[in-house]
Design a protein around this ligand. Sequence first.
Ligand SMILES: [Mn+2]
Length: 333
Amino acid sequence: MGVMHDWSPLRDLISKSDEIIILSHVRPDGDAVGSCLGLALLIRTLGRKVRIELDGGCPGPLRFLKPQELIFTIGAEGVSDKAGIVIVDTGTWNQLGPVSNILKTPGRKIVVIDHHRTQDDLGGARILDVDAEAASVLVAGFYKEMGVTIDADAATALFVGLANDTGWFRHPNCKPSTFELAGDLVQSGADPTWIHEKLFSGESVARQRVKGLILSTMTFHSNGRVGLFKLLQSDIRKFGVTPEDGLGGMVDLPRQVLGVQVALALYEQPDGSTRASLRSDGTIDVGAICAGHGGGGHKPAAGCTLKANPDQAEIILLPELVASLDEQPRLAK
Ligand SMILES: [Mn+2]
């Protein structure tokens, strides 16, 4: 939170818009929901009208945050031309999905608050901090800027975002200030034990079965430095996985194996394309690899979608990962 940002575009948008709509990326994760909710609660405290639009609504495991009353569907209600738009936790058209249409209204006030390196020109001001562990860190900074106390609900939401994007405080993006902020949020009412229980003890049978499939079929490459799995539409049908169950976090499974530095998850999509999700231990930049395929993300965590089936996607991506690893020394364990 030591970084100084020019918050004036956001202050301006909040004070001059009839209503503020907060958007985030498709397949919203803990940081997307946490940062949107934290910001929405702040804007509401300031006495302004605010709503959140999330692709597909709030994912089941995150509903304990109770964002329902702040989330609506733009298709159903429409958005006035005078509504200001704040985009949190993404800065690209691709990641915004269909909702990005509302950005195209002439004269629309737009502010992006993000920590991803991959950025498109979305037509507005940008408050970007690629060193921030999570978008929720930026939102916490805005509370400080506005002199507003973080209440227990907001602290819980922001803690979820911070914990999500740091892998519960174990990824290399953690720094002393990460723990300072975590401590402040706990002080403000976030309860990590309760949050963890809510997030990770509500797994559906379908999700557990999918994990079993992944664990028993994942393969290893480049002397065990790369672990990958593929998940087909037929698997999803067989186990009856619903969007509610979600498939988030599966890519961490190969990374749990000793010696695996990079994990590659290949999810077949209903249209036959493949969504690739990548994680690295930080030695190689999977964000750069994904950016080369129209996707993006961070050095240790990124994704892209390929117009190829999972087998073809493996043939495309695996050699790139192996080549990239070959240029790097193996981390001492
Ligand atoms: Mn994030």
